[in-house]
Design a protein around this ligand. Structure first.
Ligand code: ZN
Length: 244
């Protein structure tokens, strides 16, 4: 657990350590480069993973966050693969939102193949609202983040917007590959257990996905996001759209 640090610009929340890096690592690196302060929150304890262990993944997670310029990473230690959107999980999420008071939240989308990802999207959505209720009985002062943006897992959605991460692709992949126990690398054989994400094909898929969304905004690489609310636009003349 890291030291409390009030008033973060953003909080990225993943069900498992490695989710944030995979789905929003480039955006995080870009925000950090812009001088924004952020915190990562992993919801589960990674105890049900096929490869590695909770301890190994915790170490990898700290290294990955650091490589993106994130110095605070919390783990709510809720049960991996048994995560539910209930009172207990919402209270943990509200407490961490009130502790860091981030302007925006980034998390999973409501549709996903991993039930923990779906539960996380629902927990964060409910916790964001309840964290702002003055008389809601939970540690910390009432606070509601301004926006909640959902990043994309394996399930497609039509994005509300895409973030150009062309300059941050290398740093994103560096953070992903900090998870030596999870993804294909030269020491992959040290870890037992066969998973889809440990195959070399998975890293190829990841690149195609970000190239695909890059093409949608005529950039080399992009990360897609969904916003349930209507995002307010400021300068209409600065919404991207330059050609290659
Ligand atoms: Zn996950």
């Amino acid at each position: 657990m890291s030291k409390a640090n009030n008033k973060m610009d953003f909080m990225a929340i993943g069900a498992h350590a490695d989710d944030i890096e995979l789905m929003a690592g480039g955006t995080v690196a870009k925000l950090v480069k812009m001088g924004k302060k952020g915190v990562f929150v992993d919801v589960t304890d990674a105890s049900a993973g096929t490869r590695g262990s909770s301890e190994i993944r915790q170490k990898e997670a700290l290294q990955a966050a650091k490589s993106l310029g994130i110095l605070h990473r919390e783990n709510l230690a809720l049960p991996d693969s048994r995560l539910e959107n209930n009172q207990e999980s919402q209270l943990s999420m509200i407490a961490v939102i009130r502790k860091y008071r981030p302007k925006i939240l980034l998390t999973h989308y409501f549709k996903d193949e991993h039930p923990d990802h779906i539960a996380t999207a629902e927990i964060v959505d409910a916790a964001r609202f309840k964290a702002g209720l003055k008389n809601f009985n939970c540690p910390g002062r009432a606070f509601r983040p301004e926006r909640l943006f959902h990043f994309m897992g394996p399930e497609y959605f039509e994005p509300t917007f895409c973030v150009d991460i062309s300059e941050y692709w290398t740093v994103k992949m560096k953070s992903v590959l900090c998870y030596k126990s999870q993804f294909f690398n030269s020491s992959a054989k040290e870890f037992k257990g066969k998973t889809d994400i440990a195959s070399p094909e998975f890293l190829e898929y990841l690149e195609y996905k970000h190239r695909f969304f890059g093409w949608r905004i005529r950039r080399k690489y992009a990360e897609p996001f969904f916003c349930k609310e209507i995002p307010e636009m400021g300068d209409l003349t600065n919404l991207g759209g330059k050609r290659f």
